[in-house]
Design a protein around this ligand. Structure first.
Ligand code: HEM
Length: 147
């Protein structure tokens, strides 16, 4: 029984890390697509292609990955009893920031699809710092568990 529980923990963790990679890859990629999108001529066939690519990235990679990361992360927290530990509280706060960032990008994709282009290309490039910094802090919290 002990072996089964231990194996379940390792499989949950493997699945969790795999979908974290998919989610983060999508979060890094989407603002990049926005930059190329904004360089296309308004109302051109090229712009319609970018709208389609952004929608597919959100629907096929980003949204399902975020859901699976949350589900497996919460299952891991239950299986390890980590809910009382400080590092998990800090991690959850950062994951909420990442999830909010994900929602913001999904909203921005809808604005682009309507023909709006509210942010400059430089700002979109800078936005990529958000998932980078959050992921670095999350990995330190979960591996070092400083508190
Ligand atoms: C969505 C909410 C999340 C919850 C509830 C959660 C929870 C957990 C828990 C409980 C563990 C097991 C820790 C242990 O074995 O001691 C874990 C492992 C891990 N998590 Fe998450 N996590 C979440 C999201 C994320 C995100 C967004 C990232 C990265 C950006 C991430 C990266 C990792 C990594 C790299 C590990 C493996 C650490 C190791 O044991 O070597 N997690 N997570």
């Amino acid at each position: 029984m002990q072996d089964v529980l231990a194996m379940t923990y390792y499989w949950l963790k493997a699945g969790h890390v795999i979908f974290v990679i998919f989610w983060m890859a999508g979060l890094f990629m989407l603002p990049r697509l926005f930059v190329y999108h904004q360089e296309s001529a308004p109302d051109s066939p090229d712009q319609a292609l970018w709208v389609d690519r952004e929608r597919k990235l959100l629907r096929i990679i980003l949204n399902p990955s975020m859901i699976v990361v949350w589900l497996l992360g919460l299952a891991l927290a239950v299986s390890t009893g980590a809910f009382t530990q400080g590092w998990l509280h800090a991690k959850l706060l950062l994951v909420l920031v990442l999830s909010g960032y994900h929602g913001y990008l999904a909203g921005y994709a809808r604005k682009l699809a309507r023909g709006e282009r509210p942010l400059a290309g430089r700002t979109l490039r800078l936005l990529n710092e958000v998932p980078g910094v959050a992921a670095a802090l999350i990995v330190v919290l979960v591996v070092v568990k400083p508190f």
